[in-house]
Design a protein. Structure first.
Length: 283
């Protein structure tokens, strides 16, 4: 596996790679877990050359968020990416990505303001800006993202359509711990007691799914099934719990076909997010 930082050398590597086959791109912030590795492995199975970016993007952190304490484990990440079949690990520098005078931003307006956007006002602007920059540099055939960050996939899909990127977007399922907790680099910061409580988030989503399987279609009732599980866990407070349209993320009153159940909770100093696609057809 090659490791490069400099943008020019990455472009040169990819120019040569494109002559021999398809290029897959997996953007990450590092501290690789099975969720990240599943994206890399699928990318390798579907494309000839896999490039993974590892960059903790300051633009997507709010002023009071955890940019400075976000975990970083480069040497471990190198080994894991190589074992997953990655061809190029790209560790761009902040200085080269955001040189003095940098002032361009990509704003996906309406989608970015909902749900996560209420607690994290400039988060998706930071995400859309860095992903647009990366897509310009890498020009991949396929971009791999995780469903774990569902709203992020919607924002990026909209941005790619609006800016006419030809890259195909591939969204892969959330990888979970055995107890159901969605894997996340931030889980390392949960205390032992918080870690014990954390799987309750997924259990709440499953309670909503069970209500749907039992025939419930009213959004308020489905959401109450999830909320009643979360309320049994005193360490958690609900940030939002919403049943939404899969594309525009507007809240729905009734589940007709399929919809996304989105959830965010606070636990200690951390926020956990998760989601589940609910399907009215499997009854
Ligand atoms: P991050 O390093 O957290 O920015 O995540 C990089 C990519 O990995 C994003 O597309 C995430 O949605 C995806 N990802 C993070 N956690 C998981 C997970 N548990 N399962 C699947 N994909 C994930």
């Amino acid at each position: 596996m090659k490791c490069l930082s400099n943008i020019q050398s990455v472009m040169k590597f990819l120019e040569a790679a494109r002559l021999t086959g398809t290029v897959a791109f997996v953007p990450t912030m590092g501290v690789f877990h099975e969720g990240h590795l599943s994206l890399m492995q699928k990318a390798k199975a579907e494309c000839d050359v896999v490039i993974v970016s590892l960059f903790v993007n300051p633009l997507q952190f709010g002023p009071k968020e955890d940019f400075n304490i976000y975990p970083r484990e480069l040497s471990e990440d190198r080994k894991k990416a190589a074992a997953a079949g990655v061809d190029l690990l790209w560790t761009p520098s902040e200085k080269e990505l955001f040189p003095q005078g940098f002032q361009t931003r990509i704003e996906v307006s309406t989608l970015s303001q909902k749900w996560e956007g209420i607690s994290r006002p400039s988060h998706f602007q930071g995400v859309a800006t860095i992903v647009a920059k990366f897509l310009h540099i890498v020009q991949p055939s396929r971009l791999y993202l995780g469903q774990k960050d569902y709203q992020q996939t919607c924002v990026i899909a909209r941005m790619m359509a609006d800016l006419h990127f030809k890259t195909k977007l591939c969204i892969l399922p959330t990888v979970r711990e055995k107890d159901g907790l969605a894997m996340s680099s931030r889980n390392k910061r949960l205390s032992a007691a918080e870690r014990d409580s954390a799987p309750m988030l997924y259990r709440a989503l499953q309670a909503a799914e069970q209500a749907v399987q039992a025939g419930e279609r009213n959004s308020g009732t489905i959401l109450r099934a999830a909320a009643s599980v979360l309320k049994t866990e005193r360490r958690m407070t609900i940030d939002y719990l919403a049943l939404c349209d899969e594309t525009d993320l507007n809240p729905l009153e009734q589940l007709v076909d399929q919809a996304m159940l989105l959830a965010a909770v606070k636990i200690g100093s951390l926020r956990l997010i998760d989601n589940l696609r609910l399907n009215a057809r499997f009854r």
